[in-house]
Ligand binder design. Structure first.
Ligand SMILES: Nc1ncnc2c1ncn2[C@@H]1O[C@H](COP(=O)(O)OP(=O)(O)OP(=O)(O)O)[C@@H](O)[C@H]1O
Ligand SMILES: [Mg+2]
Length: 263
């Protein structure tokens, strides 16, 4: 369904953020894109959604194809109409609008009012907390509630492919589990294909079919989610669990650094 082929992306004409990035999202599947800070995960999602130019960036090489059609020179509004919707990092909801108005905003490309109303009810079934808050201004919602709203707004666009940028960011572990279960349910019931970027590799791989791990602008490892989850190297470097549950080298190093700071 989505094929990213060897793309290179540059910010401000000089900062090379993607250096031959490739990935594939098959129809109806959940794909996790993992990696540490600055690896290029958000840049990849922005490149797919046509949003790089807004950040002073551009794709300088490679192609992005969606349903067999090249989309890397198309404007973001047309990409949304083709069925790709990005829920950006940091749950960007419209703070002055109510929950219901935010959900309506997600449906702005759609015409049929009756199905929009039905879908809004469906969102309230996925996220019952939002129903109780439907007339509340989104700016007053908690972080977790805003994240649910951001995902709900994405579903209101009825995308074929939903791109999620770190849905777990700043959210308590219990709620993270709930949000990811909802994402899985949406994928199964609506048939929406999902590409989810996460630092929380464990929770993302637990719902994904396939995973990619990025470092410095390219993929360094990929595989079926269950295989990645059981891979020693992945567990050590990306899940923070070494052999016998010991802390990994990076964490030890961080710990030593922190100690040095204290003394
Ligand atoms: N607007 C921008 N202008 C210049 N450089 C940028 C811009 N946005 C990102 N970068 C740089 O591009 C690289 C990739 O950033 P990106 O935001 O894609 O990383 P990420 O994998 O999403 O990281 P994180 O996990 O911290 O969100 C980083 O080195 C970052 O500093
Ligand atoms: Mg990011």
């Amino acid at each position: 369904m989505l094929q990213v082929n060897n793309i290179e992306a540059v910010y401000s004409k000089i900062i090379l953020a993607l250096k031959g990035m490739s990935l594939h999202v098959p129809e109806g599947k959940i794909v996790a894109l993992l990696g540490s800070n600055g690896a290029g995960k958000s840049t990849t999602l922005k490149a797919i959604s046509g949003l790089l130019s807004g950040d002073g960036g551009q794709i300088t090489d490679g192609t992005i194809e969606f349903e067999g059609e090249k989309i890397n020179n198309i404007t973001p509004d047309i990409i949304v109409r083709k069925g790709i919707f990005l829920c950006m990092e940091g749950r960007r909801v419209f703070g002055d609008l109510t929950v219901e108005e935010n959900l309506m905003a997600g449906a702005y490309t759609r015409k049929n009012r009756t199905t929009i109303k039905d879908d809004m009810e469906k969102i309230y079934v996925y996220f019952p907390k939002l129903k109780a808050l439907q007339h509340r201004k989104a700016g007053f919602l908690s972080g977790g509630e805003q994240q649910m709203l951001a995902i709900g707004r994405g579903i209101m666009a009825k995308p074929k492919l939903l791109l999620l940028d770190e849905p777990s960011l700043g959210i308590a572990p219990l709620l993270v589990k709930e949000i990811f279960q909802n994402i899985k349910q949406i994928n199964q019931e609506e048939g929406t294909s999902i590409l989810v970027v996460e630092q929380n590799a464990n929770v993302a791989l637990s719902i994904a079919d396939y995973g990619y791990i990025m470092e410095s602008g390219r993929v360094v490892m990929q595989g079926n989610a269950d295989i990645l989850l059981s891979n020693e190297e992945v567990r050590e470097h990306y899940l923070g669990m070494g052999k016998d549950g010991e802390k990994n080298y990076k964490e030890n190093k961080m710990y030593r650094r922190r100690q040095r700071l204290v003394w």
